[in-house]
Design a protein. Sequence first.
Length: 262
Amino acid sequence: MKRSRLSQVFLKDRGVVLRLLSFLPPPQETGTILEIGAGEGAVTTALLEAGYAVTAVEVDPHWASQLAERHPDLTMVNASILDLVPNQLVRTPATLVGCLPYHLSGAILRWMADHAEDVSMAILVLQDEVVSRMAASAGTRERGLLSVVIQSTYAVKPLFKISPNVFWPRPRVWSRVVRLDRRDDARPVEELQAVWRVAGALFQQRRKMIGGRIERLYGPSIRAYLEDAELDLTRRPETLTLAELELVTRAVLDAGSSKSVV
């Protein structure tokens, strides 16, 4: 049964599910798997059969109760993952698995970034287009705020594509499995949030050169400082690397600009 009000799309092909699980470490090397969006339970069932301990989060009470009845050894949480934090659910740093609801994928990915210090890795099913944006390098058309936020916390490894034909109901787009691994060199999330705010402000006018935007947001002194640092301010936001965005952010914070980091 489809619960259309929640935009649910269910992965039905067991071969695809098992291929997805093949990218996980073996059960003896992981703690409890935190599954986001269990739905009908195709991935949940395969995880349990493979010997993993699983805590599943499912917002739909119908499927939550169905899975809890079917799998007594499953820890089921009937809630939105956006209302929870990982260390409330499993021992952290956690391993996440999930076929994310497409309409909430951006919000859940941001949730993962906000809690990156409690997530060691994730294997996710997302729209292929979203994975392309997550993995986009500086200077590419797909580069955006999502690229910056995810890449500042995780190493992004796109895996295999999934045809619409293996889902029910059939979506109109291809999907892809992606693996995210927490970066050993990632700065604390509390520090990165300022970088994300600066990046978000610049990407609001992604067709504009960054120099004018920086001056309007943070003042001429910040622009002058960045020019002295030899940052080319005629570039567009999608060309900036993470290191360059961190440079802009440090300039704003160190100057104590009267305008906040947006």
